[in-house]
Write a protein that binds this ligand. Sequence first.
Ligand SMILES: [Zn+2]
Length: 116
Amino acid sequence: MAGVYRPAVITNRLSPPKRGPHPDRPHVTGGGLPHTPMRPMWCCRADGQPWPCGEARLLLRVEYDGNLAGLSIYLAGLMYEAMRDLYHLNPHDAPDPAALFTRFLAWSRHTNFEPR
Ligand SMILES: [Zn+2]
């Protein structure tokens, strides 16, 4: 029947999660270092602030102008990667999930994104 979604394969097993997105955004602008995260500490490569730093947030908003879904998916993938790195680095003093959510995702909702 046309218009009815039918999954190609029905299974009750999930494949193991793959790695998240490569942290290559925001892209380089000007001649300086990019405001991208240095792993595994997740500090900004350019200014040493916890990533995403203020400049990275501004640049990401510009880069994802009108694409809140794309920005959220990118940030959620990187939050997942950061959780993995930071807990591996220091399992007893890693940031809690709520703090990571605020740092990686919550700020992106406060925008004037308009659907295109
Ligand atoms: Zn920065």
